[in-house]
Design a protein around this ligand. Structure first.
Ligand code: SIN
Ligand code: CO
Length: 379
């Protein structure tokens, strides 16, 4: 599978651009044929499960408005001819064939990738100049869009506005993207895209937890552990403290207790892998109505049945002394590193069921019975 980077190799892209500077790639995907069109996107935006927004306005008029879906067909029929954008998140999870596009970005670790957001814009459509906290690949899928960017900008946002739009924006660089062109932006680069024709931009977004996300999750993880991260103690307490004061040695003791939850926590790697398998999870995978035994699962797979990863299941794994600990939407499973890697490769893993040992089969059965993999009958 070729990376959608034109003449750039993934190695050079990571060295020179990733998290460092913007990169325009003309014909990143030559002859790009979008698998969805604006009508498909509008249809998806009418569904309860989809997260969608409709943004109207222009930078010149500073008249931004945003509505959240689900929408109705009548809503779309009543839209004006210009200056609006429909955006839908997680589209690859709603429409499985788009997973192949996400796979082209596998030069980025899968746990760092978030989703495919698709926007359909009428001429003049824009979400205003803004910054994102994540790296994003903006692939022009249909029509032309002018992108303007600025790396040094005034961070003040427009007041009383439902969108995070910059109050001022002076572009430093601009390009007109045609279908197949792609603009990569690292976090915190101000950007402003305006549709020159009706068309679509497909944003492959990354995810990066904040320290606050990780510490909040760690607090919950410790609260559910036996020791609860230990408790503050002060066996050397002396008299003479001032009313209400938490003195320097007590502050150090509290801080050391917190740090022990990180540095002295033997379970920290498991926590991190579990956390990343849940971070920004939009919908919990649901278990199937009927469960299977491992013998039934093995027979079905040998008979040609195919496994599909539930699109809402995020998988991560870490290596440990016994093989791998795999996390699926926060749930832990033990398996071999090869099974873990296999299950994480694409959304339709190829498993040779006849060769599976019993522990691997048990893990796979649990993953199926917990709704992380769906089994489809052989044709
Ligand atoms: C858009 O597709 O309109 C917005 C994408 C972005 O700025 O991240
Ligand atoms: Co953006």
């Amino acid at each position: 599978m070729t990376a959608p980077l034109g003449d750039l190799s993934p190695e050079r892209f990571l060295q020179e651009f990733w998290q460092k500077k913007p990169c325009l790639i003309r014909q990143a995907i030559p002859d790009f044929e979008p698998l969805l069109d604006g009508d498909d996107l509008a249809g998806l935006a009418c569904e309860e499960m989809a997260e969608s927004r409709l943004v109207k306005g222009t930078f010149a008029a500073a008249d931004w408005s945003v509505e959240h879906g689900p929408f109705s067909n009548d809503h779309f029929s009543a839209l004006p001819g210009k200056n609006w954008t429909l955006l839908v998140q997680d589209v690859e999870k709603h429409y499985a064939p788009l997973h192949a596009l996400m796979q082209q970005f596998n030069f980025i670790p899968s746990w760092r990738l978030d989703d495919l957001m698709i926007s359909y814009a009428a001429t003049g459509g824009s979400v205003g100049p803004h910054t994102d906290q994540y790296d994003v690949f903006l692939l022009q899928a249909e029509g032309r869009r002018r992108w303007q960017i600025s790396r040094s900008f005034e961070p003040e946002l427009l007041k009383d506005c439902a969108l995070n739009v910059l109050k001022q924006f002076e572009p430093e660089q601009e390009w007109i993207l045609e279908p197949g062109d792609m603009l990569y932006l690292p976090p915190n680069v101000a950007h402003h895209g305006v549709a020159l024709d009706p068309g679509m931009t497909w944003s492959i977004g990354s995810r990066a937890p904040s320290g606050a996300d990780l510490l909040q999750g760690l607090g919950e993880w410790l609260a559910f552990s036996d020791e609860q991260g230990g408790r503050y103690s002060d066996p050397s307490l002396e008299t003479g403290n001032r009313a209400g004061e938490i003195d320097v040695s007590a502050l150090r003791g509290l801080r050391d207790l917190m740090l022990a939850g990180i540095d002295g926590n033997e379970d920290l790697d498991n926590y991190l892998a579990a956390f990343m398998s849940r971070f920004r999870l939009a919908h919990e995978p649901l278990p199937p109505a009927e469960t299977r035994t491992s013998a039934e699962l093995q027979r079905a797979l040998i008979g040609g049945a195919v496994l599909f990863r539930n699109p809402w299941t995020r998988l991560t794994w870490i290596e440990n002394e016994c093989g791998a600990r795999l996390y699926a939407a926060g749930q832990a499973y033990d398996c071999s590193t090869s099974l873990a890697e296999n299950l994480c490769r694409g959304n339709q893993p190829h498993i040779d069921a006849a060769l599976l040992d019993q522990p691997s089969l048990t893990t796979l059965t649990a993953l199926v019975n917990n709704g992380h993999f769906l089994l489809t009958a052989a044709d």
